[in-house]
Design a protein around this ligand. Structure first.
Ligand SMILES: Nc1ncnc2c1ncn2[C@@H]1O[C@H](COP(=O)(O)OP(=O)(O)OP(=O)(O)O)[C@@H](O)[C@H]1O
Ligand SMILES: Cc1ncc(CO)c(N)n1
Length: 263
């Protein structure tokens, strides 16, 4: 069986973060493992608090896995601070990790910071060069490039700028902008536009985490990156369409709708 590892934060309500990643890996037939960088107290309405893990213990978590198990892909989500970023960078290099997907998580949907502001440059400098692909949403792409993004042309320009920062391929996610929820992909030579159907009236929590971990799962299964992106987009669309209104805030993404009702 193929194996994927997520290095990310815990979301107590199970919509985003580590929990979304492990559900995605399982639903896509890949064995999932996790390294936790931070624990959030979070529900469908808000993030109420964050406790960061000690960076040395993040190292211990990563090293013990690579020492024991072959890992086919790695997804990186919330990394929180400079020390944790540096440890992740060192460990992935030392262990020659491949198929790395970096989701540069910065702020939660409810507006709570998940990355310390002083760590943004470190994330770009240390983790982007190790990545096969980076998957910023519009707000993250704006923060990384310093440019406003309001249309597809500006998404393309941002993708080129981000590609040049570390040589990783780029997907700028347009879920919040365009009617077709189109994402712009740039591989250093050409663009591709991954169109979906924008699902209206859904404000879903965990879409970005699910998308990036689905890409990692398909890479682990041996798909070429452009196919992995297309299939991940289909997967996240189904999970948004079937998302669940369990609390008083956002819908929560649903990975297992196709399994039907448990008797
Ligand atoms: N309403 C929607 N309908 C269809 N696709 C969507 C919708 N919202 C987002 N997507 C798609 O979901 C994927 C994740 O993108 P999104 O921009 O939501 O990530 P994000 O902002 O990082 O999410 P989060 O911070 O909640 O984890 C992209 O492929 C995007 O196009
Ligand atoms: C732990 C965690 N990671 C990522 C996100 C992205 O929205 C979130 N809300 N929580």
């Amino acid at each position: 069986m193929k194996v994927a590892l997520t290095i990310a934060g815990s979301d107590s309500c199970g919509g985003a973060g580590i929990q979304a990643d492990l559900k995605t890996f399982g639903a896509l037939g890949v064995y999932g493992m996790s390294v936790i960088t931070a624990v959030t107290a979070q529900n469908s309405k808000a993030v109420l608090g964050v406790r960061e893990m000690d960076a040395a213990f993040v190292r211990e978590q990563i090293d013990c896995l690579f020492e024991d198990i072959r890992i086919d892909a790695v997804k990186i989500g919330m990394v929180s601070n400079i020390e944790i970023i540096d440890v992740i960078g060192e460990c992935l290099k030392k262990n020659r990790a491949a198929n790395i997907v970096v989701d540069p998580v910065m702020v939660s949907k409810s507006g709570y910071p998940l990355l310390r502001p002083e760590a943004v440059n470190e994330l770009i400098k240390v983790l982007f060069p190790l990545a096969e692909v980076v998957t910023p949403n519009l707000a993250e792409a704006e923060l990384i490039t310093g440019d406003k993004i309001e249309n597809t042309g500006q998404m393309e320009r941002a993708a080129v700028k981000i590609y040049r920062l570390g040589g990783a391929k780029v997907i700028v996610k347009g879920g919040h902008l365009t009617e077709g929820a189109a994402d712009v992909y740039y591989d250093g030579r050409e663009f591709r536009h991954f169109k979906g159907t924008r699902i209206e009236n859904k404000n879903t929590h965990g879409t970005g985490c699910t998308f990036s971990s689905a890409i990692a799962a398909f890479l682990a299964r041996g798909c070429p990156l452009d196919q992995a992106v297309g299939r991940a987009k289909e997967y996240v669309s189904g999970a948004i369409r079937n998302s669940l209104k369990l609390g008083g805030g956002t819908d929560l993404i649903n990975h297992f709708y196709h399994l039907g009702q448990v008797p």
